[in-house]
Design a protein around this ligand. Structure first.
Ligand SMILES: NC(=O)C1=CN([C@@H]2O[C@H](COP(=O)(O)OP(=O)(O)OC[C@H]3O[C@@H](n4cnc5c(N)ncnc54)[C@H](OP(=O)(O)O)[C@@H]3O)[C@@H](O)[C@H]2O)C=CC1
Ligand SMILES: O=C(CO)COP(=O)(O)O
Ligand SMILES: [Zn+2]
Length: 360
């Protein structure tokens, strides 16, 4: 049984979520952003752009993107995003209606917003990541917060990715370490997927699972090169994030990169909003779910530590009690996605798991 998006459709019909869509142009490197006007011309995507960005990311890269697009003779409007929610999607969508295409300049939140809007309006979008903090840079998925927690939506993969390693290397290092943790957590996401395949017959894509695992392995192998301010590190991590996003596109779901550790992170977003970064929380969750799978949780923890990612709730300002609560809440998040955290964990076990994180 396969979950690959590469399918021979028996009854072909217009359902984009069943297609395997990929970016056409991917540029990763020093001063890559300067090639934005050429990329727009190459894609023939129109003369009017909505730039979606955030407070910090506008300063880091959005202002330069705005200048470049204006200089190329296109008209522009900027939409400043503070969150990704159903309300902000509607607002951004209204703004995008009077433009030909969208450029998302920012972290995971901004890029997810641009992705959903472009999917809903069937417009092209260009992904300009300002940090190597998440693997949504290239994926065809988007995470949106609702009152009931995070939901994973079908979305538009970018038509082009322009990842300027100069910009990404200057972002706070905490963001890059978080992106590494998001990738390393693929290891437990795959174990959860395999478990669900064996236990519940859920379709699995061997291509997607292998690509996702290989991406995590290559990153860990290169851990020694991941250093603050290094453009080489920005290059290595961004490539891994793109690769992991492609795995999600192949699967047609976020399964290869999101299991119980992501449910734990989504629960923390509800219980302790604004404390940890997405990847940081997933990394900590991954240590605990690796233990539950009987895998090498110490090795996974060492890899996270080597990169500079946090390995305890305390390191990201979260109480241990809250982490226990998040483990217990995880099964209520996206209940259709079966993971090791949905196998009936008792509170006492959750308490032991959190305590284990602090053990040498
Ligand atoms: N769709 C998918 O497949 C995936 C989606 N995600 C989603 O991505 C989000 C997490 O992404 P993440 O990037 O960690 O979070 P955010 O997008 O919230 O970014 C975190 C912070 O970093 C700031 N920032 C980003 N780049 C720079 C920079 N160059 N200089 C200074 N500050 C900067 C942002 O500024 P500003 O205030 O300007 O935004 C923001 O304050 C979550 O919502 C998660 O669900 C994660 C993985 C996969
Ligand atoms: O963060 C992701 C992969 O790293 C996407 O996963 P979710 O579908 O859980 O939001
Ligand atoms: Zn993630």
């Amino acid at each position: 049984m396969s979950a690959d998006s590469i399918k021979v459709l028996k009854n072909p019909q217009f359902d984009k979520s069943k297609w395997l869509q990929m970016p056409r142009d991917i540029i990763i490197g020093h001063d890559a952003v300067e090639q934005l006007p050429d990329v727009c011309r190459d894609l023939h995507i129109g003369r009017s752009a909505l730039i979606i960005s955030g407070e910090h990311t506008m300063k880091a890269a959005g202002a330069r993107v705005l200048d470049l697009i204006n200089e190329s003779g296109c008209s522009t409007e900027v939409f400043m995003s503070e969150s990704i929610s159903l309300d902000s999607i509607n607002e951004a969508q209204e703004a995008a209606k009077s433009h030909d295409f969208i450029i998302g300049v920012g972290g995971g939140r901004v890029i997810d917003l641009a992705k959903v809007v472009s999917y809903n309006l069937d417009q092209h979008f260009i992904s300009v990541p300002t940090a190597a903090s998440h693997d949504g840079i290239a994926s065809s998925r988007a995470s949106v917060s609702t009152e009931k927690g995070a939901v994973s939506l079908d979305a538009q993969p970018p038509s082009a990715i322009i990842a300027d390693t100069g910009i990404i290397a200057k972002a706070p290092f905490r963001l890059m370490a978080s992106g590494c943790a998001d990738i390393i957590s693929n290891r437990t996401a795959i174990l959860d997927w395999e478990l669900s395949h064996r236990l519940r017959g859920e379709a699995i894509s061997e291509y997607a699972a292998s690509l996702s695992a290989m991406t995590a392995d290559i990153l860990v192998k290169n851990a020694g090169l991941i250093k603050p301010g290094s453009e080489e590190a920005a290059w290595i991590v961004t490539k891994a994030l793109v690769s992991s996003g492609v795995a999600m596109s192949i699967a047609g779901s976020s399964r290869p990169a999101s299991g119980g550790e992501h449910k734990f992170s989504h629960a923390l977003d509800i219980l302790a909003p604004g404390k940890g970064l997405h990847g940081e929380q997933c990394g900590i969750g991954s240590i605990m779910t690796m233990y539950l799978h009987g895998g090498d949780w110490r090795g996974l923890r060492s890899s996270l530590k080597a990169i500079g990612a946090p390995v305890t709730p305390a390191k990201i300002g979260i109480e241990d009690e809250t982490a226990v609560e998040a483990l217990m809440m995880a099964r209520k998040i996206r209940p259709e996605r079966f993971t090791i955290l949905d196998a009936g964990m008792e509170r006492e076990c959750a308490e032991k798991l959190v305590a284990m994180l602090y053990k040498e």
